[in-house]
Design a protein around this ligand. Structure first.
Ligand SMILES: NC(=O)c1ccc[n+]([C@@H]2O[C@H](COP(=O)([O-])OP(=O)(O)OC[C@H]3O[C@@H](n4cnc5c(N)ncnc54)[C@H](OP(=O)(O)O)[C@@H]3O)[C@@H](O)[C@H]2O)c1
Length: 326
C-alpha cells in the first residue's frame, strides 16, 4: 500500500497557487494526461499528476488498481477536481488482455468515483462507445460499442455516474499530441511509413476519423473544471472533437503535405483486410453542441499546424524545412 506521507507535489506551486484550486490528473504520464497536467499547471492550479510505470521521477506513482493507494492520494491531496485520463486505450490489447483492461477501464473508475464525494470528477471517454453506423452522435444517443475497448469505456462511464452522479464524462475521438515516441498515438504512428518514403505502404481509407489535438482537449478540461467548480449542474455527458474529417490515408497524406514530404508511396486501402484486429466503427462522428452552447468549447487547432509541432522533433532532415516552418 502506498503511504500517504510519501505523496508530495510541486511545493513551489503550493506557495503561488490559490489553495482552492487543486487538480489530480490520472494518467499524467500518458499522451493526453501530459497535456492536461501542463494546461492546469501553467494556469495556476496546484497540480498533482499520477502515473504508474513511467511515473518516476516527475509524477506520483499510484496503481489505480490499489484501492487503498487511491484513497490515500485523495485524502492527502484533497483535490477539488480530478481529471481521470488513465486507461488501456489500445483496442487490440483490450481484446486480448480483457481482464487486465477491465480492471483499469472499469473497476478503477468505480474506485475513484467512490472516493470522489464533493470533488468535480471528469472522466475521459471515447467515440468508440458508438457503432459508427448512423453519425453524427449526440450526447443523448444510445451507445452500442463494437469492440471490448468501447464496451469497457462505456462500463467505466456507468461506474463513474453510478458512484458519482455529479461527475462529467468527456468523450473524444482519436487523439494526437506531443509524443515521446511516435507509437504513442494512432496518428503519429503513421510517421515512419511517411518519412521513410522508399517502400509503398497501404493505409486504411475506409473508416472516417476526426483527429483531435490533446492541447485542445486539455483546454476544454480546464474550461469545464473552472465552470464545474461554480456550477454543479455541469454534469453528465459531453462531446468534444476536431472538425477535420479524414481517413487514416488522408491523415497520412496531410502529414506528408505538412512537411513537404513525398506521398506517392502511400496506397489507399479501400477494403478492410480479414482478421485486422478489433472491429472499429465506420464513422463515430461526435456532435459537440452541448459544450459549444455552454461556451466551454475551444476552436480546434488546424491539423497541419498542430501535427507540425508534434512531429517536428522526429524529422530526420530539418535543414531546409527550417526556413519553411519556423
Ligand atoms: N489516444 C486516443 O486516441 C484516445 C481516443 C479516445 C479516447 N481516449 C481516452 O483518453 C484517455 C487518455 O488516453 P491516452 O492516449 O493518453 O492513454 P495512454 O497514453 O496510453 O496513457 C495511459 C495512462 O494510463 C496509466 N496507467 C496504466 N495503468 C495504470 C495503473 N494500473 N495505475 C495507474 N495508471 C495507469 C499510464 O501510466 P504509465 O504509462 O506511467 O504506466 C498512462 O499514464 C483514456 O481514457 C482513453 O480511453 C484516447
Amino acid at each position: 500500500m502506498l503511504n500517504a506521507a510519501q505523496i508530495c507535489w510541486d511545493t513551489d506551486m503550493e506557495d503561488v497557487c490559490s489553495p482552492d484550486r487543486r487538480v489530480l490528473v490520472t494518467g499524467a504520464t500518458g499522451l493526453l494526461g501530459r497535456a492536461v497536467y501542463k494546461e492546469f499547471h501553467k494556469n495556476g492550479w496546484a497540480t498533482l499528476g499520477c502515473g504508474y510505470n513511467r511515473a518516476r521521477p516527475r509524477f506520483l506513482c499510484c496503481n489505480l488498481l490499489d484501492e487503498d493507494a487511491v484513497r490515500a492520494v485523495i485524502l492527502r491531496f484533497q483535490p477539488h477536481v480530478i481529471i481521470h485520463c488513465a486507461a488501456e486505450r489500445r483496442p487490440d490489447v483490450v481484446e486480448h488482455h480483457t481482464e487486465a483492461a477491465l480492471n483499469l477501464n472499469v473497476h478503477a473508475c468505480a474506485t475513484l468515483a467512490k472516493e470522489a464525494a464533493g470533488i468535480y470528477l471528469i472522466y475521459i471517454s471515447t467515440d468508440y462507445v458508438f457503432d459508427g453506423r448512423n453519425p453524427p452522435y449526440g450526447e443523448n444517443d444510445t451507445p452500442n460499442p463494437l469492440n471490448m475497448y468501447g464496451k469497457s469505456k462505456l462500463r467505466g462511464e456507468e461506474e463513474i455516474l453510478r458512484h458519482c452522479p455529479g461527475a462529467a464524462i468527456l468523450r473524444v475521438p482519436i487523439l494526437y499530441g506531443e509524443v515521446e515516441k511516435v507509437e504513442e498515438s494512432a496518428v503519429t504512428v503513421l510517421w515512419d511509413r511517411i518519412q521513410d518514403g522508399m517502400e509503398s505502404s497501404t493505409v486504411d481509407h475506409c473508416q472516417q476519423r476526426f483527429p483531435t489535438y490533446t492541447g485542445d482537449v486539455a483546454r476544454v478540461c480546464r474550461n469545464m473544471a473552472e465552470r464545474g467548480l461554480q456550477d454543479s449542474s455541469l454534469r453528465g455527458i459531453f462531446h468534444y472533437s476536431g472538425k477535420e474529417q479524414m481517413t487514416k490515408y488522408e491523415i497520412a497524406c496531410a502529414i506528408a503535405d505538412a512537411f513537404n514530404l513525398h506521398r506517392s508511396h502511400l496506397i489507399p486501402l479501400t477494403e478492410q483486410p480479414a482478421g485486422a484486429g478489433a472491429q472499429r466503427p465506420q464513422n463515430a462522428q461526435l456532435e459537440c453542441s452541448r459544450l459549444e452552447l455552454l461556451g466551454l468549447s475551444v476552436e480546434p487547432t488546424p491539423f497541419k499546424t498542430a501535427i507540425r509541432k508534434c512531429l517536428w522533433p522526429f524529422l530526420y532532415d530539418k535543414r531546409w524545412r527550417q526556413t519553411v516552418f519556423h
